[in-house]
Design a protein around this ligand. Structure first.
Ligand code: NDP
Length: 352
């Protein structure tokens, strides 16, 4: 990854601070490589009225960023070449000109992949690191936990005794979605990409079964793990795995389309008849299929926050994170997460 020094030696507008920052410099064709990114050293300006200056402590790496690398319409604007990489971070407030926030506070902010961030006070959520770790604030108590909760509760609408299948089951969202389903009395079957992940979701997260999609005969193994059929599929991956799950749906099943990570790097459907077959299942089994973006369900955040904090404090939901340390590890962590290196939430610690 190239490193460019853009800092101004006579930085008199700011506070003589400089920040390492990662930029988007090339649209990938297929799987992204490190040369999609570039690192620069930039000046850090002093906060203006309503702003806080923060030092990023822990940054989140998330799959949606791969979708933002396409130059096409999506639910957020595409990344522009030269744009700083966005992302959520746990940060320490260094200077504040925003009401209600003071130096020494910890916050979750849209901090991006950089050492220091200047953001509006309204964009910051004050957090208590004595209650939960930075990884937990970015994971189960943050956007990923909210995604799992809101998608499962308000679209999947689980009922005790139903069978829930979660794909991407050992990841940040999937691991929490499955644990919530188990708490609500569902039989929970997870699908993930390794034996280690399948063991973790059963032994640590309490799923009833874990199936490795890289082994043969997924359809037969799924049938055996779901003897009463499938009522809800919380889908994080799409593609062939989703088609396999769809064929085992019960009448009135619900497909929660949370993510399609198997297609984010340009993979195509192998079989053009697959959509017709899927639509036949939607009709004959009277399936409900709904995509969602977590921000659609923002009004559910207070309800989520209360319940998730309680589940974590009482040990009913387990948080697991996959952490790297150091600024230079952000890009490898992102690429590693896309390749499946993580169990739980992928994060990178930059500082204490
Ligand atoms: P994860 O922690 O689940 O990490 C990504 C995982 O995806 C990898 O560990 C890997 O696990 C799996 N994966 C990668 N490639 C493939 C593939 N070809 N086939 C199957 N699995 C694959 O990430 P998140 O929990 O942060 O996100 C999970 C999903 O949720 C993503 O699709 C994401 O876009 C979506 N999401 C949606 C939101 C919304 O608002 N709708 C908000 C947040 C996330 P494995 O080893 O099992 O392959």
């Amino acid at each position: 990854m190239a490193v460019v020094d853009e800092a101004d030696a006579d930085n008199d507008e700011g506070n003589n601070m400089q920040s390492r920052q990662i930029y988007f410099c090339r649209r990938p064709d297929g799987k992204p490589a490190p040369d999609v990114f570039e690192e620069r050293l930039v000046d850090v300006a002093a906060p203006r009225d309503g702003e806080i200056l923060c030092r990023n402590v822990t940054v989140s790496v998330d799959p949606y960023l791969r979708l933002k690398m396409y130059d096409r319409r999506s639910y957020t604007p595409p990344l522009r070449i030269g744009e700083a990489i966005p992302g959520r971070a746990v940060a320490l407030v260094l200077e504040s000109r925003a009401p209600g926030l003071a130096p020494g506070d910890h916050v979750v902010i849209p901090g991006g992949w950089q050492q220091y961030a200047l953001v509006r006070g309204e964009a910051a959520r004050r957090i208590d690191l004595s209650v939960a770790s930075p990884g937990a604030w970015l994971g189960p108590l943050g956007m990923t936990g909210m995604t799992a909760y809101a998608g499962l509760m308000h679209i999947g609408r689980p009922e005790a005794g139903e069978t829930l299948v979660v794909t991407g089951a050992a990841g940040a969202v999937g691991g929490i979605a499955g644990q919530i389903g188990r708490l609500l009395g569902c039989r929970v079957v997870g699908i993930a990409g390794s034996e280690e992940k399948c063991r973790a979701i059963v032994e640590q997260f309490g799923f009833d079964a874990g199936l490795n999609y890289r082994e043969p005969d997924l359809a037969a193994r799924l049938g055996a793990a779901c003897p009463d059929g499938i009522d809800i599929h919380f889908d994080n991956v799409g593609g062939e795995i989703s088609r396999t799950v769809a064929s085992a749906f019960n009448d009135f099943g619900r497909l929660v389309v949370c993510g399609l990570i198997s297609q984010y790097s340009g993979q195509q459907h192998a079989d053009p008849a697959a959509l017709d077959e899927f639509m036949r299942l939607v009709l004959t089994r009277r399936l409900t299929v709904q995509g969602f973006i977590v921000s659609d369900l923002e009004r559910k955040f207070p309800e989520f926050e209360d319940r998730m904090a309680n589940w974590l404090q009482t040990g009913q939901i387990v948080h697991r994170e996959h952490a790297r340390s150091g600024f230079g590890e952000i890009v490898p962590a992102f690429l590693g997460m896309l390749s499946g290196e993580n169990i739980g939430k992928s994060i990178v610690h930059l500082a204490d």
